[in-house]
Write a protein that binds this ligand. Structure first.
Ligand code: LLP
Length: 424
């Protein structure tokens, strides 16, 4: 088996003369010694380059970073500094973005079940857009208008009836979806009529998002076609086509770049006669390949004739994606990144259940031993953001590296953090 493909590693990843990996000019082995494991290491240059690529492709303020993929104050600030707006999907994400100093005018609030408190927060802050998802939400916005809150600028989330080729849990554009106003049954038109007549909202455009980790450009082109047919006669200023661009996680996978994806969408919109401003909301494609997670091996269990289990000091609490979606990952030794990987093992975490798997059938270098560092690439999206305290593990820290500097942007949780919310 081959060494881990360098194409899966962050932009500034380098193999040093001793065969070890550095990112942002810092050796992973040194970072692990300084910050401990498990550890999320993000390449800041990579993050900035992807944000810039999105902004250059779609235009300033036309690319919203979907913060659900990975959010902390430093990331919110970085995306905004690079010219992105931010998509927040809850009061908590809104709070973190505002707390980081991102202006409300650069934020769009999403959610299929926004509470009164979340909507009140968004209206009070005067976010750029509330993306309205349901008739019940319109009722809540009426109530808030009656309370005297500012009238929000809104987009209507449309469910276009386009089935994206991805995992069922992350496909959102098909008719059978909890999200948005369905086009097929007339709800979309009814919602637009109501919003146009409503004094509680100012309708600025329409929105769709067909799903996440989608690789086929034709899926996006189809959504653009359906949305253009719906949106063109409405003659509204904004059309948002969501996020969803897939990324390569394992050897052999290939995904379009943000620029290629953008060109497909923008060309399709132009050909379809779209006059609205076209915006997008990429999450995964901005952050996924920017990070690696670094673990330490704690046990190696050989079961002759069955398999080998290699256990690391994290697991489903820092990366639930293999368990949730059956997602594949690669692993490598940061001290010998070019080592060929001739052994097979199941890479597992330290949680008290057999389902706690990071890689079901990992290709590993020969002789991985207790105390080795192992890293998994492409963990920058939906890893830290979906992390939990299962088994009361403390969530790992996040370090941004750039030009030889390592900046701790989220510290490791402590046992005191674990009891912080308890009332005894
Ligand atoms: N916009 C909306 C309205 C969304 O619902 C999402 C993702 C995005 C944008 C960003 O999509 P992206 O560019 O990241 O694909 N936890 C799952 C992914 C869930 C995505 C939910 N919505 C995973 O780990 O694969």
């Amino acid at each position: 088996m081959n060494a881990v493909p360098l194409s899966l590693l962050p932009d500034t990843a380098r193999v040093e003369s001793d065969g070890s990996l550095s990112i942002g000019g810092r050796r992973i082995t040194e970072l692990a010694a300084e910050f401990g494991t498990p550890l999320f290491v993000y390449d800041e240059t990579h993050l900035r380059a992807r944000c810039r690529e999105a902004v250059e492709t779609f235009g300033p303020g036309r690319a919203y970073y979907a913060t659900k993929a990975f959010l902390c104050g430093a990331m919110a600030r970085l995306a905004y500094e690079e010219g992105m707006h931010l998509d927040v999907a809850s009061g908590g994400e809104l709070h973190i973005a505002l707390h980081a100093g991102v202006p409300a005018d650069a934020l769009a609030l999403h959610g299929n079940n926004k509470s009164m408190a979340e909507l009140r927060m968004a209206l009070t802050a005067q976010v750029r857009h509330v993306v309205v998802d349901s008739f019940d939400e319109l009722d809540r916005l009426d109530a808030l208008h009656a309370e005297g809150l500012p009238v929000p600028k809104v987009l209507a989330r449309i469910t276009p009836g386009v089935h994206a080729h991805t995992h069922e849990f992350i496909a959102t554009g098909q008719d059978d979806s909890k999200f948005g106003f369905n086009l097929g049954n007339g709800d979309a038109h009814r919602a637009i009529d109501r919003m146009r007549r409503s004094p509680s909202v100012q309708l600025e455009g329409v929105h769709c998002h067909i799903g996440s980790n989608v690789f086929e450009a034709s899926n996006f082109a189809k959504a653009a076609e359906v949305m253009a047919a719906f949106a063109n006669p409405l003659d509204l200023p904004e059309l948002v086509l969501g996020g969803g661009l897939g990324v390569a996680y394992v050897e052999g996978e290939e995904a379009p770049s943000i620029r290629q994806w953008g060109n497909v969408l923008l060309d399709a919109c132009q050909a379809l006669g779209v006059r609205s401003h076209v915006s997008v909301e990429p999450g995964r494609s901005i952050v996924a390949a920017a990070a690696v997670t670094v673990y330490e091996v704690g046990t190696v269990k050989h079961i002759p004739g069955v398999r080998t289990y290699v256990s690391v000091d994290g697991g489903m609490s820092d990366n639930p994606r293999p368990v949730l979606y059956g997602s594949g990952y690669e692993a490598f030794l940061p001290r010998a990144v070019g080592a060929s990987r001739s052994e097979r093992a199941r890479l597992v975490g330290k949680h008290c259940e057999s389902g706690d798997v990071l890689i079901f059938d990992a290709a590993l270098p020969e002789g991985v031993r207790v105390g080795d560092l192992l890293a998994t690439p492409v963990t920058g999206a939906y890893g830290h953001s979906m992390a939990s305290n299962y088994n009361k593990l403390t969530r790992p820290p996040v370090v941004f590296v750039r030009d030889g500097d390592a900046r701790l942007v989220v510290r490791r949780e402590t046992y005191d953090d674990l009891v912080r919310c308890e009332v005894i």
